[in-house]
Design a protein around this ligand. Structure first.
Ligand code: ATP
Ligand code: MG
Length: 581
């Protein structure tokens, strides 16, 4: 494995003012929050009557190249109006407000306005079909849906009246004669109270309900409380090096946990200016935004990074990226190749970090003030105790844990229970929730190891581990090795049954544009992988695919590659983005 260390600031970008990792880690204590706490207050109203009040909080870039700015004062007023609309409709604290919309300003206002009203916010990804929308709204007992006219007509109109808890549909662009129970949101907001204060929620009140990505199975409803904001804010400061003076762009859609936590809440808590782009990914557009908006801190994901790599390096030379100071990635393993590429082509290395919907905030990161190791997820954040553990007694009710204290041992990545953004439940699945905890540790379901310097390295999801002739093989290692080949852009690796070895490694490979798949290339890739990984770990079979099956949040669905390979049922595919089979 490539353990080359890259130092953070290779160009003369403005240096970070973050404290040293070790100092921070040792002295960090979570503040004890016992009285009221509201995420929306931290994100918005706390900036009123400060120097941030008239600063741009949100710059919205529309598909037609519109640009609309909202100051912290504007957002305070708009979110109060939204909260007041909920009050007028008779919704009490704790009501569940769902959203289904593209990246429109009112989506952001609705998210924060919901929290201001003491209600629970649940975002749904706008590209979901009617069935995944309905089932999530049923499970989540939605009381209100905020959406657009066209999404309502296409995906919701036919069935929403059958949902017993759903009281109202708020249409962002609603106008004219509307169905019963549907309201034109802007109109309601015009007459609403722009000065409504935040509801005084307690730190343990439910604030967010997020559905997981569905990469390993049926998506779970994950419950978070207002106290999570303590971790949202501090993790963005430490892991993203985000400061009030920054122009920040998180490319994740608010339909997923990253897009809400780090695409709405955390940057506003820190008083930064955040960019929101309504349009979908497009290489030139993205470079243009980084250049024209003078983005300093950029938080993206491996799939997008791989697409930038695929587009070639020449395109990048047309743009001035000198304002970038810190770039980070999350959501999937970030192949070392992508880190090396970004340092060479963008001038800065991507800093990988790790977390889950369940952890509510970044837990492990290539922290800004330390050297990064390409391929490693980094060190635990201040306030987070991570460990590598092995479950023993799995079958019995009293599962026990062995904490693997020596370096380089592969086990399950676990976190000591009790950080502020730890999830407080899987909705309607209490037993499943309880199962995640043993002896004070939260068990993540991901496999990893910790090296001698304390850096955590991702191995694979526990379900994806391949057992071949007595070796335990993590798909990430194999995928990363193949990614180093100049013709390869993306790889998904699975284990397939084999009479002799138990399982053997099979790789699905997407080639760079312009590269023609051939038997010769297949052979060459096998040889390339054998050289890097050894014969026991290298794939025995390599096939080429135009696209790999991915969740709509951009994660490779290895379970689907496997199900298709073995002719097994595909399981829940509600988050699958269409792909060629
Ligand atoms: P589901 O739980 O429904 O199967 P999911 O686990 O993909 O979906 P998320 O909570 O969005 O849903 O994703 C968290 C997972 O993403 C982690 O458990 C891990 O497997 C993967 N992940 C996130 N960041 C990283 C990273 N930096 N490196 C490797 N894997 C990562
Ligand atoms: Mg998961």
């Amino acid at each position: 494995m490539n353990k080359k260390i890259i130092n953070k600031y290779t160009s003369d970008n403005q240096a970070s003012n973050l404290p040293d990792y070790q100092q921070c880690y040792q002295h960090f204590k979570w503040p004890s929050v016992t009285t009221q706490l509201n995420i929306a207050y931290q994100a918005i109203d706390s900036h009123l009557n400060t120097s941030n009040e008239n600063k741009i909080a949100l710059r919205w870039l529309g598909k037609q190249n519109q640009c609309v700015d909202f100051t912290y004062r504007d957002l305070a007023e708009q979110t109060s109006r939204f909260a007041s609309v909920l009050n007028t409709l008779g919704l009490e604290s704790g009501s569940r407000i769902f959203s289904l919309a593209g990246r429109l300003p009112l989506l952001y206002i609705a998210a924060l306005g919901t929290l201001k009203a003491g209600c629970v916010f649940t975002p749904l990804f706008s590209a979901f079909g009617p069935e995944p929308i309905r089932s999530r709204m049923e499970i989540g007992e939605a009381n209100v849906l905020v959406t657009t006219m066209s999404l309502y007509r296409k995906k919701v109109a036919k069935w929403w009246q059958e949902l017993p808890h759903l009281k109202a549909i708020l249409l962002i662009d609603g106008a004219g004669v509307l169905d019963d129970g549907c309201y034109a949101l802007s109109k309601l907001m015009e007459n609403a109270n722009a000065g409504l204060p935040c509801v005084k929620t307690s730190p343990d009140d439910m604030a967010l309900l997020h559905f997981t990505s569905g990469t390993t199975g049926k998506p779970k409803g994950v419950v978070h409380v207002h106290q999570a904001v303590v971790a949202h804010k501090s993790s963005a400061y430490y892991a993203l090096d985000l400061h009030a003076t920054d122009i920040y762009w998180c490319t994740a859609d608010p339909g997923w946990v990253t897009g809400t936590t780090y695409g709405i809440i955390a940057p506003l808590c820190l008083g930064a200016t955040m960019i929101v782009d309504e349009a979908e990914f497009e290489v030139e557009r993205w470079y243009q935004i980084l250049d024209q908006q003078q983005v300093n801190v950029w938080y993206s994901a491996p799939t997008a990074i791989r697409m930038l790599m695929k587009a070639g390096n020449e395109i990048r030379t047309k743009y001035d990226l000198s304002h970038l100071r810190f770039i980070a990635s999350v959501g999937e393993p970030l192949n070392p190749e992508a880190v090396v590429w970004s340092e060479r082509v963008l001038g800065l290395p991507f800093h990988d970090n790790w977390w889950q919907t369940e952890t509510g905030a970044i837990m492990i990161a290539n922290y800004a003030s330390m050297p990064i190791k390409p391929g490693a997820m980094g060190l635990p954040l201040p306030g987070i105790e991570a460990g590598i553990v092995k479950r023993t007694n799995k079958e019995s009710e009293q599962a026990t844990l062995e904490v693997l204290s020596e370096a380089n041992q592969i086990g399950e990545l676990a976190l000591k229970q009790g950080w502020p953004s730890m999830f407080r439940g899987y909705l309607h699945q209490n037993e499943k929730y309880q199962h995640c905890f043993t002896q004070g540790w939260y068990l993540s379901g991901d496999l990893a190891y910790r090296d001698e310097q304390g850096y955590y390295w991702f191995v694979g999801r526990a379900d994806d581990l391949i057992k071949s002739s007595g070796h335990l093989i993590g798909p990430f290692e194999v995928e990363s090795a193949l990614m180093e080949h100049e013709d390869v852009i993306e790889v998904g690796v699975i284990g397939i049954p084999d009479d002799i070895a138990g399982e053997v490694v099979k790789a699905y490979v997407t080639l760079k544009s312009g590269v023609i798949p051939s038997e010769q290339l297949q052979k060459q890739l096998k040889g390339f992988a054998r050289k890097k990984l050894g014969a026991a770990v290298a794939p025995k079979e390599i096939v080429f695919r135009q696209n790999l099956p991915k969740t709509r949040s951009g994660k490779i669905m290895r379970r689907l590659l496997k199900a298709r390979e073995l002719g097994l049922p595909q399981g829940d595919i509600s988050t699958l983005e269409s792909d060629e089979q």
